[in-house]
Design a protein around this ligand. Structure first.
Ligand code: SR1
Ligand code: MG
Length: 398
């Protein structure tokens, strides 16, 4: 069996991941274990260790000291694995059914051992394949309301909240978002990546002072507004699903930020999928956009009424004001996410996977156009239904 040093970091291999599983006594003694590296994200190694005979498995996730998507030239803190493990444990307090169980965390190896979710599908892949997950919006709306409300000043004693905020200071991962979501796509920056045919649309964006001013305001909010403990990277690749289960994974970008950011990222990725699919499937995705917001706002309101510690919670209009602000931020952040997933460094398979060149370019032009509209019109869009109507009217000519 491969030897694994306990005191220094080293990237795991399929063989040393088995050594770790055995050392942690996570399986019955003597069973034969298999292991496969299954990570397809931008940053980490992910191993699936399995006892095939007893059909029992675990996931071992390890941070690499650099961003896998770029290579060793982009060093990245190993600390993110601890943040991810802690964020999963915080979420586990409020939504135990919607996150994987954490079995073990090793700070030296930057490794977390998690519940095996291999019976589920990554939502992005399933949606691209045309599947529907009828409960996804109810589950994610609930996840958002419970995690975001429960870690905010509305639910926590401000001293406790500040302690939590300290535990989740995550500057390196936040910088990735500050650069890749809120800055680089709006300028002629080397990290950007787009087809030649999009040049006129991208150049218009770079010269559009109105869009840039509104993007600057959203960036400032992301930088300065520590409202709740966010997941920080809640796209459809961070969600495992089936017809009746949903599990949110990968909160390594967790930090105290604006509530609308998590909601906006999820909504944006649903809209990007809607842009990429054939017309009949779009209605289901529109339903999920609306339902995510409706479940979020209803659950958030119930928690507010029954559990808020805030002295002003019962003042008429305060809840409505807060939800209005969150909706506005959700729409604006969704616009930024749509633009960066189209022309920035890290794309989405929903759009990149459209084989036909003409269709793909058309879809990406729509994503840029809608992204700009959401950023600039977020203060005048009065409801989630109005947002969906905007998406519908742009897509119905498609
Ligand atoms: C260098 S990391 C690129 C992207 O992958 C992650 O999932 C985040 O979305 C990040 O922005
Ligand atoms: Mg991730």
């Amino acid at each position: 069996m491969t030897v694994l040093n306990q005191y220094t970091y080293e990237p795991l291999t399929e063989s040393s991941a088995i050594t770790l599983a055995v050392r942690l006594r996570l399986f019955n003694e003597g069973v034969v274990l298999t292991c496969q590296e299954i990570g397809d994200g931008n940053l980490n190694l992910v191993f699936h260790v399995k006892d095939q005979v007893n059909n029992k498995g675990i996931i071992i996730k390890q941070a690499l000291p650099y961003a896998k998507v770029v290579g060793e030239s982009w060093p990245l803190t190993l600390q993110r694995n601890k943040i991810e493990s802690q964020a999963l444990q915080v979420a586990g307090k409020y939504v135990p059914d919607l996150v994987p169980k954490v079995y073990y965390t090793d700070e030296v190896l930057a490794t977390t051992v998690l519940e095996d979710l291999s019976h589920l599908q990554i939502a992005r892949k399933g949606l691209i394949d045309g599947n529907d997950y009828p409960l996804i919006s109810e589950h994610i709306g609930t996840y958002l309301a419970k995690t975001l409300f429960s870690t905010s000043d509305f639910a926590l004693d401000p001293q406790k909240k500040k302690q939590l905020l300290k535990d989740f200071v995550n500057p390196e991962l936040c910088k990735i978002t500050e650069d890749l979501v809120f800055t680089d796509p709006f300028f002629n920056h080397e990290t950007n990546n787009f087809e030649l045919e999009l040049t006129p649309d991208v150049e218009e964006l770079w010269q559009n002072v109105n869009v840039k001013l509104e993007a600057a305001k959203l960036k400032k909010k992301f930088l300065t507004s520590g409202e709740a403990l966010l997941h920080g990277d809640l796209h459809t690749g961070s969600i495992f699903v089936s017809q009746d289960e949903t599990k949110v994974i990968d909160p390594e970008f967790a930090f105290y930020g604006p509530i609308g950011f998590d909601i906006g990222q999820f909504v944006a990725n649903l809209i990007l999928n809607a842009i990429s699919v054939k017309t009949p499937n779009r209605e289901t995705l529109y339903h999920h956009v609306t339902n995510t917001w409706n479940v979020f706002s209803e659950t958030f309101s119930t928690l507010w009424k029954h559990e808020s510690l805030e002295a002003f919670a019962n003042i008429d209009g305060y809840l409505e004001y807060s939800l209005r602000q969150i909706l506005e931020d959700t729409i604006g952040f969704a616009g930024c996410e749509m633009i960066r997933r189209t022309i920035g460094l890290a794309h989405v398979a929903d759009l990149d996977g459209i084989d036909d060149d003409e269709e793909r370019i058309k879809a990406k032009k729509i994503a840029i156009l809608l992204g700009k509209q959401l950023i600039t019109n977020r203060t005048t869009i009065t409801s989630i239904n109005e947002l969906v109507e905007i998406v519908r009217s742009v897509l119905q000519n498609d």
